[in-house]
Write a protein that binds this ligand. Sequence first.
Ligand code: IVH
Length: 667
Amino acid sequence: MPKKENPAKRIAELRKEIQKHNDLYYKKNTPKISDKEFDLLVKELQSLEKANPDLVVESSPTLQVGSDLSPQFSKFKHKVPVLSLENTYNETELSEWLTKTGIDEFYSLEWKIDGASILLYYENGKLAHCVTRGSGGIGDIVTENVKTIESIPQTLSEPLNLSVRGEIFMTFADFEEFNEEYGGKFANPRNLAAGSIKQKDPLDVAKRPLRIYVYDVYFSSSRKGTNKHKDIVALLKKEKFPLAPDSTIIQGKTLLKEIESFRNKKDKMPFPVDGLVIKLDDLNLRESLGETSQSPRWARAFKFDALLKETTIEEIDFAIGRTGKITPRAKVTPISLAGTTVTYATLHNQDYIDQLGAGIGAKVLISKRGEIIPAVEKVTVPPKSVFVLPKECPACKTKLTKVDDSVDFFCTNRNCPERKLNQLIFFCSKKQMNIEGLGERQIQIFFEKGWVKDIPDLYTLNKYKDTILELDGFGEKSVKIIFDAIEKSKEKDFRFTLPSIGLNEVGPKVTEILIEHGFDSWEKLVTLSKSKNAEEELTSIHGIGPRTVDALLAHLKDKETLKLVKTLIGLGLKFQADETEKSDIQPFVGQSWCVTGSFENFQPRDIAMDLITKHGGKKVSGVSSKTTHLLYGPGAGSKLEKATELGVKLVSESEFLELLKKEGIEL
Ligand code: IVH
């Protein structure tokens, strides 16, 4: 007979394990197991506690929701418990629940957005506190950080006391752009969004492309006239809160069919979703069903199967990024996952390898979500030994070092061949100088031949034209495309040339902000760097943080960087910004415009800004004493308050449209 395990011992083990994973997910934003595996642990603990009620304690994780509390924030006692959702993973589980709640009832079916949960407390109609879910009972006050999300209404149309619940998230596109600027150090949009609202400095948060969708309202007193979920949605819509697309009210019997149409769309969503949420529409029915200490009985999450597949690590090699960052990569036995063949999966860094226990020969689970590169998620069969990163750069043998408090190792040799190669690949890429025909393969060939060792060599490559034509795979036509594209890249202005040379912290966004603030050429930046108040001046620019200022000033004084830019200018590249298209009608000359909130006629709102610059105005990203006008729309936040304080002229969307009409400017 098998030995019966001591339930008290197993319960203690499970509680410890669950607590550990709760902390990894909610506090460190670095989950190590999938939601499904986590749920299995909780289910095992639940059934043991059910069989042994005398062993149940109030602090058991089965009675608490996971906590995201961090010590550095002030705490807020939630007005109602902030509950979580019980997960279902298949149609059978969902149908069982549906039978209990009523197959003929109506339900709201919504995307489950993978971000960070937030409560927006309104007092007398004014946004008073923004609080994380925390333990469900108390949360962290992150008001100033969350207020940087401009689509959140600061005031309601009535002096109501209520709280709005939503999810702060990042789109895949925003995540990729932001992560690229930071050398790819963030693992996924959820972790970055959750980490962002816990930053110390709201100015740093303002730099991050956070967004919000809201999905519920809790009323402080009676919810007069609000009997259905759809009434809540109508209220949120009326108050101009951002709502997720596709939410729909359906009858229970059509749920499984509807789920299929969501499933088909899932991989095309521009933001991360980790399933669906199904909620009873009738609020009175919800009340009668009630809730457990963790989750309501009237709602369920439906998780799509996680895209995980098993394979074996055959080798581990390294990507040496253009900034010198070393990223270990597992070369795996090829598998087909979400429509592509995966041969490499990232292992991020040594800490990650250690936590997984990964090494050559290990059987592992690989994930692929959205646009993000595949990652090793879990070791299912351990290797003989856990992999240890070398102490030296695999390409140039320079000793690897850690920078600041980063978990990553860097090769600091700026002439490291791998680094150089990746700089070249980045420079030529579509988003940068867009040199058609020069992809990774072609660049690698020219690099290995020694024809292109550094960026300037691209512009003298002509001398090898005949030799290139002798190479396999380089015909007249493809070689012409390359040389035409190299020549055409000289038309790209400072908006492209500056971020393309791969200076850390100086990506497209920072460049755009610098240009907006009048630093529209390399020369102007160098002159600034020589002035006494350079640091002060740069720090005062909204959207440029202290780390960027330090890095930028260092680049502007660095001899090799100065030499590189001088050479490129000599070769005909533009290191000044082009004038933006100007019109004969110039009503905005001498004016400095800032824009905030959302607009009906200008989506994205850059369309409004472009009209202003085209007709003589200057656009600025933050309100200061130099700003003359603020164009504001619903969801305008702290910028509107600041502009009011400073006496900046406030212009609403309809006033702006009037103004354009009066001047004869067409949309
Ligand atoms: S409703 C009591 N709706 O999922 C009902 N939650 O695992 C509470 N989430 O903590 C939540 N999208 O952060 C709801 N459309 C949606 C959601 C959603 C994402 C998150 C939320 C919650 C977690 C539960």
